[in-house]
Design a binder for this molecule. Structure first.
Ligand code: BGC
Length: 713
């Protein structure tokens, strides 16, 4: 705690008004904000960059009484100017090292614009693809999201937050925001405490342990108490059990939204509840500014509560070194979209693409004559995805541009077919069909425009929008092989598309370098290696569908076929399944194909039994049995067969990305500690229980090699 004395010295000089000022964050830099900054009554601004950021920071440092610098926050979610894949796509890379590097580049570029704080990573567990913000998440699994969230925190913050290119991270949205009922944004979440602790809190605890400078409380009501006034999650768990010394900022006006929630009577009550619960800084709304002084003076809250919040705000400012260097990192401003940033964006975009199906069509030969169609083929803005404030479409390299560059103009014919992703007008179909007829292969760039995901952008239908399937029908009718490349901010329902086309490459929204990354994969210059961080439903009626579900007392048969419509009797045997669709997802968590094949053999355990506080080694031999070099994501799953609480049928506990040449084998070894087997019981103790476990070394959450071991004294 190297800054604690400085914090105390500063605190001792501050008036109550100045303290409350540190607990406020406003958007923009209008006259009101400037005056507040001069008076020492504003601790932070958001959404300002460059000259505006410099000027408001200068006012704080040079013209306010105590010269306390501002936190300048912005949503740098998946890149600043160089845009990386949406976080859900980054999670599909199963490559935390690349994700860390991408966050580092984002921080570097942002630091050049005067930003010292990003509102990322978003580590809400998301199991409902209707929810538009699933795009910003790391998917459905707590283990994967924890690793990815930590990688992002490490990338943004580096080892030393005072370094010029480091910025403060913000773990958000604390907590349970992704469990909104029916996928409608801002909706209520009900999460039993064991699930909250094992799944929804786990990535946040990991982020806190990794030193995330700040947390953001969420919009949602959790189990009847809005998360921005939730003493249990903020005061008891975060600041109590986890002893978190960082700062909590509210989400945008989430303090005063407690009035609409029906949890606060008015803004004064909202301020009282927010600060009591442990929200140290109020974003955008002004209840703290209006009521905290009076609440202190009337004795409704203590001076100590205010001091605790202000210490936390000041601590971040000291950790960032803002008292020594409050301004933009000028050198970084020169690095925007630098070649090495673009190379990284291309690599992570490649590793995030998931090959979902391939009927011996991909990779294509470079001599192929291709027809490029579809609304996402040449859309420089949509390929960037949601939450892009500073990325510029003019930096984007689109698939059309990249494939033309690779094959030459004469081998490429382009006809968009649909003016935009949501268009239902088939007026351009004829042109697309004519283009298809001149080509060997049709490359159809389909999916969602950027505006179909992100905050407040939920969907109840998660099919390909507009007339895209009809366009595919028209293209398929030409008899030419059709390859679909899908860009989207969520998992989509793809069964019909899969039946129609020869291959599907799922690219999420890949960012600035979408074009070169996709071209590399389609033409075999590289081999797809992304794996799904969320399960893909067969129909929205299966949602939520996720791999680490419970077994139930009547588990569905693993080979139960879907039942033809009109079947008079129920052949499913009264098991937990559907009459009209297979209970399993169309594509499972962890799934993804390659141009080569991998053989899993010879699972071995270091021992058939481990004791508490011991470690088990699990090994298997993976061989590239195909004709292409490729990377495999080898996954480790467990199942605890009997517990004092029922346990999921699979739990991801590790993964390794390995690269293998054709014919090459590698032994992969995982270490499983007994602590990795623990979970919360109903008394909220985190324990591993003795008994039998299954363990899989697997290519995805469905298959793999299985063995058993016992945990016991
Ligand atoms: C979002 C946050 C974001 C904040 C600031 C809110 O509407 O929920 O994720 O960080 O705005 O832009």
């Amino acid at each position: 705690m190297q800054y604690e004395q400085q914090i105390e010295a500063l605190l001792a000089q501050m008036t109550l008004a100045e303290k409350i000022g540190q607990m406020r964050q406003l958007h923009g830099t209008g006259e009101n904000q400037k005056n507040l900054v001069r008076e020492g009554n504003l601790g932070s601004v958001l959404n300002v960059i460059d000259a505006e950021a410099h000027e408001i920071q200068r006012l704080a440092v040079e013209e306010s009484r105590l010269g306390i610098p501002l936190l300048i926050g912005r949503d740098v979610i998946h890149g600043f100017r160089t845009i990386f894949p949406i976080p859900l796509g980054q999670a599909a890379s199963f490559n935390p090292d690349l994700v860390r590097e991408a966050a580092r580049v984002a921080a570097r570029e942002a630091s050049g614009a005067g930003i010292n704080w990003t509102f990322a990573p978003m580590i809400d567990i998301a199991r409902d693809p209707r929810w538009g913000r699933i795009a910003e998440s790391c998917g459905e699994d707590a283990y994967l999201a924890s690793l990815m969230g930590v990688a992002m925190v490490e990338g943004f913050q580096g080892d030393d937050l005072t370094a010029p290119e480091a910025i403060a991270a913000c773990a958000k949205h604390y907590v349970g925001y992704g469990a909104s009922e029916n996928g409608r944004d801002y909706n209520t979440a009900w999460i039993p405490e064991v699930l909250l602790r094992d799944v929804y809190l786990a990535p946040f605890q990991a982020a806190a342990e990794a030193g995330a400078a700040t947390f953001m409380s969420a919009f949602n009501d959790l189990n009847g108490v809005p998360t921005s006034g939730n003493e249990f999650t903020l005061r008891q768990i975060l600041k109590g059990e986890w002893a978190y010394a960082g700062m909590v900022v509210s989400d945008w006006a989430s303090i005063t939204e407690m009035i609409a929630h029906g949890y606060a009577a008015d803004a004064r009550d909202a301020a009282l509840k927010g600060v009591t619960a442990g929200v140290d800084m109020e974003m955008a709304s002004t209840s703290y500014a209006e009521y905290l002084a009076e609440l202190v003076e009337s004795g409704a809250i203590s001076h100590d509560l205010i001091d605790d919040a202000v210490r936390r705000v000041l601590r971040i400012k000291f950790r960032l070194g803002l008292f020594n260097q409050p301004y933009a990192n000028a050198a970084a401003a020169e690095t925007l979209v630098a070649p090495d940033h673009l190379a990284l964006a291309r690599q992570i975009a490649k590793e995030s693409c998931v090959l979902l199906s391939n009927k011996e069509t991909l990779p294509l030969k470079q001599q192929t004559k291709v027809a490029i169609v579809g609304p996402l083929a040449d859309h420089a803005a949509d390929q960037l995805g949601c939450w892009v404030f500073d990325g510029k479409p003019e930096d984007s390299q689109t698939p059309l541009q990249a494939i033309r560059g690779l094959l030459g103009n004469e081998q490429v014919v382009f006809a968009q077919g649909l003016a935009e992703a949501r268009s239902t007008d088939d007026g351009l179909f004829d042109e697309a069909v004519a283009a298809a007829q001149t080509a060997d292969v049709v490359l159809a760039f389909l999916g969602e425009d950027a505006g179909l995901s992100g905050e407040a952008h939920s969907r109840a239908f998660i099919d390909l929008p507009g007339a895209q399937l009809a366009l595919v029908d028209a293209l398929v009718a030409t008899g030419k092989p059709v390859v679909a490349v899908v860009m989207a901010g969520r998992s989509l329902v793809l069964g019909e598309l899969q039946d129609k086309v020869q291959a599907i490459l799922y690219a999420w929204h890949p960012g600035t370098m979408a074009g070169p990354a996709i071209a590399d994969l389609l033409f075999g210059l590289d081999n797809p290696s992304g794996r799904l961080p969320i399960s893909f439903p067969r129909t929205v009626g299966q949602v939520p569908v996720y791999y680490n579900r419970k077994n139930t007392g009547r588990p569905p048969s693993e080979d139960a076929p879907s039942i033809p419509t009109g079947t008079p009797l129920d052949p499913s045997g009264f098991t937990s399944s559907y009459l009209d669709v297979d209970h399993r997802p169309l594509f499972a968590f962890g799934y993804g194909l390659s141009y080569t094949t991998f053989d899993y053999r010879n699972i071995r355990l270091s021992s058939p039994k481990i004791g508490f506080d011991q470690t088990l080694s699990i090994s298997a031999t993976i061989t590239n049995t195909g004709n292409y070099a490729g990377a495999e994501v080898v996954q480790l799953y467990i199942r605890d067969l009997v517990g004092s609480m029922t346990r999921p049928i699979k739990e991801l506990k590790g993964f390794q990305r390995i690269a293998l040449e054709p014919g090459q084998s590698q032994e992969v070894t995982f270490e499983l500690r007994s602590a990795d087997l623990s979970f919360h019981n109903n008394a909220m103790q985190k324990i591993a229980e003795p008994g039998e476990f299954h363990v899989w070394v697997a290519p995805n959450s469905l298959g793999g090699l299985q063995a058993s071991f016992e945990l016991g004294a």
